[in-house]
Write a new protein. Structure first.
Ligand SMILES: Cc1cc2nc3c(=O)[nH]c(=O)nc-3n(C[C@H](O)[C@H](O)[C@H](O)COP(=O)(O)O)c2cc1C
Length: 360
């Protein structure tokens, strides 16, 4: 069906098309009696895909990445698209409009998008009341950002404010230091700034008894050396690492829109992120949770990310380009692969290529 809608949707300016999609999902949320039909269309269930990680049950490893539902407007509808988990946000303490439009661009020849949204969202309090409208049957996480107007030295407190606000309402958090669209946010990748952030988060976690996992999302633009330098603090502070957010690189692109500023997502990210995942898995001896994101378009991509060390996955751009049916397609393909190769469970393939010393 998406094949029929896609030519029309892609004639519309990307952010408008995104808004229409959100409206359609809002309409779905008004008619919960339709959920069984939507489940039937989009959800693939197979126990071979289920895992329990850090006491959280995941029906399947394919999650929705942050940025699709920035203000927690349609989480219940998204649950019925077949994801194993959904991440909402990025949420900031105060509402903010984000960067001027246009700020989202299609690069169809490259199966990619560029965005410079700039954490547009309704702010943590309203987002929380949106989230509380429903009960959820899958893990729901919040991606945490900072307000553009917050003084540089106070930024780490923005993370803490959002964590504090949502701590009893989510399954996990992702601290996002990797958006390229908030000036100097990526400075948190510098060792000293990172260590201050880690200290503040550790104090907060201890004092407030945060009982849900907190993950860290890094940029795709980091080198293996800089990843290595941060890993001790990452493993001491966080419960997992998400590799990785968008890139500023524009190598090898064909689409005219490659000149736009912002973060590039989609297929061109895949190889870069696979390397980061492989390296992080090696360096942590497979003992630290890795969530893989960036350019996953097929079951083969998903399997490669898992074999290189990712226990869970997230997608965004491939769903925009291929439609929501991609979640089922990827899950079905992973299950078929596991069955064909006589694995009992999806967790059996995690890190296999690293253990077998196959370089990514
Ligand atoms: C329009 C758009 C907005 C995004 N917003 C966020 C965000 O708020 N926080 C975040 O951590 N990542 C954000 N991302 C990055 C995605 O969550 C994802 O990590 C990245 O796009 C790579 O995955 P993909 O290639 O499957 O899209 C955004 C991506 C896009 C395309």
């Amino acid at each position: 069906m998406y094949k029929l809608i896609k030519p029309l949707l892609f004639k519309i300016e990307p952010e408008k098309a995104h808004g229409l999609t959100i409206d359609a999902l809002k309409t779905l949320q008004k008619f919960p009696m339709l959920y069984p039909v939507v489940d039937q269309l989009f959800t693939y269930r197979n126990p071979i895909l289920a895992q329990t990680i850090q006491e959280v049950h995941y029906d399947n490893p394919v999650g929705l990445a942050a940025g699709f539902d920035k203000s927690c407007e349609v989480p219940k509808a998204l649950e019925h698209i077949g994801f194993g988990a959904i991440e909402l946000g990025g949420i900031t303490p105060k509402p903010q409009p984000g960067n001027p439009q246009p700020r989202m661009f299609r690069l169809l020849e490259d199966d990619a998008l560029i965005n410079r949204m700039g954490f547009n969202n309704i702010g943590m309090n309203k987002a929380l009341s949106n989230l509380r409208r429903h009960a959820y049957n899958i893990p729901v996480g919040i991606n945490v950002g900072v307000n553009k107007a917050t003084a540089y030295a106070e930024r780490y407190q923005d993370y803490i404010k959002v964590l504090d606000t949502f701590k009893n309402d989510v399954t996990f958090f992702t601290v996002n230091i990797s958006s390229p669209n908030t000036e100097n946010l990526q400075n948190f990748h510098d060792k000293d700034e990172f260590s201050m952030l880690c200290q503040a988060l550790t104090t907060f976690k201890d004092e407030q008894e945060v009982n849900v996992p907190i993950y860290l999302k890094l940029t795709s633009d980091m080198t293996l050396d800089s990843l290595k330098a941060l890993l001790p603090a990452i493993t001491a502070t966080f419960d997992g690492v998400m590799l990785a957010n968008t890139t500023r690189q524009r190598d090898g692109l064909s689409s005219d829109n490659k000149i736009e500023e912002g973060g590039l997502s989609g297929r061109p990210l895949f190889e870069r992120n696979l390397k980061l995942i492989n390296y992080a898995y090696q360096q942590t001896n497979g003992k630290f949770l890795i969530i893989g994101t960036g350019g996953i378009f097929s079951a083969e991509d998903a399997i490669a990310m898992m074999r290189n060390g990712a226990s869970l996955l997230q997608i965004y751009t491939s769903m925009v380009i291929e439609g929501p049916g991609i979640v089922k397609k990827i899950n079905k393909g992973i299950a078929r692969y596991l069955q064909d190769h006589h694995y009992d469970n999806v967790s059996d393939i995690i890190g296999l290529d690293v253990k077998n010393n196959i370089s990514s």
